[in-house]
Ligand binder design. Structure first.
Ligand code: G3P
Length: 222
């Protein structure tokens, strides 16, 4: 399973990129709004920061309701950073989003169908030519449904029917989500930097470091 960072924060993206685990970046209107910068400018900045990743998702805005409106926005987004090949257009899971997805797929533009909460939605997105589908597991857990189970069912479905779309496990809230979606067959987990940091931690690692440091003080130095 690969890691994407779910963030529009330049400092967090830089930190994740530096440790070599980053294969992509996902953003959404809520994440961009937190940054207080113009959406297109931040996407361009991110594309420049992480040239070696496979995908940077830029979502059509909530102002785009019809497929025509989504396509018009997508046609502008794909021009960012000189038509960067990594730009991935994120569309909502609905009829207009699927139509946009099909259009972009035919143009060779990568797509990410977001706000997926059922197996049927994932199947439709894959059939419409989505490069990525994003089930939001944390938000399902929030309403007492099993988000990881959804990821595992989508993974099985894609295997049975040889569907090429990659599953991005999104709305990942903690390290156990990461372990469980990796075991469930997600191709990618998109996670906030705070979760990446948590993944490095174990109390025995800290204790071991403290012991090494304490013993090292006692070791003869030439
Ligand atoms: O980027 C989409 C998703 O990861 C949002 O997560 O925590 O707002 O449900 P969350």
């Amino acid at each position: 399973m690969k890691f994407f960072i779910d963030s529009a924060n330049v400092e967090d993206i830089k930190k994740a990129y530096k440790i070599g685990v980053l294969s992509g970046v996902t953003t959404n209107p809520s994440l961009v709004a937190k940054e207080g910068v113009k959406f297109e400018d931040r996407i361009e900045e991110i594309l420049k920061l992480v040239p070696e990743v496979e995908s940077v998702s830029a979502e059509v805005t909530p102002d785009a309701i019809t497929a025509e409106e989504m396509i018009a926005e997508a046609n502008e987004l794909v021009k960012i950073n000189g038509g960067d090949k990594n730009i991935t257009i994120k569309v909502p899971m609905n009829i207009a989003g699927l139509e946009t997805c099909r259009y972009l797929n035919q143009k060779g533009v990568k797509t990410n169908v977001t706000l997926v909460f059922t197996v049927n939605q994932a199947l439709l997105a894959a059939r419409a030519g989505a490069t990525y589908v994003s089930p939001f597991l944390g938000r399902l857990d929030d309403i007492s449904e099993d988000g990881v189970l959804l990821v595992s069912k989508i993974a099985e479905l894609f295997r049975i029917h040889n569907l090429d779309a990659q599953i991005i496990a999104a709305s990942v809230r903690h390290p156990d989500h990461v372990t469980r979606v990796a075991m469930a067959g997600a191709h990618i987990a998109t996670v906030p930097y705070s979760v990446i940091e948590q993944l490095t931690k174990h109390p025995l690692t800290d204790q071991g470091m403290e012991k090494f440091a304490a013993d090292w003080v006692k070791a003869p130095k030439n």
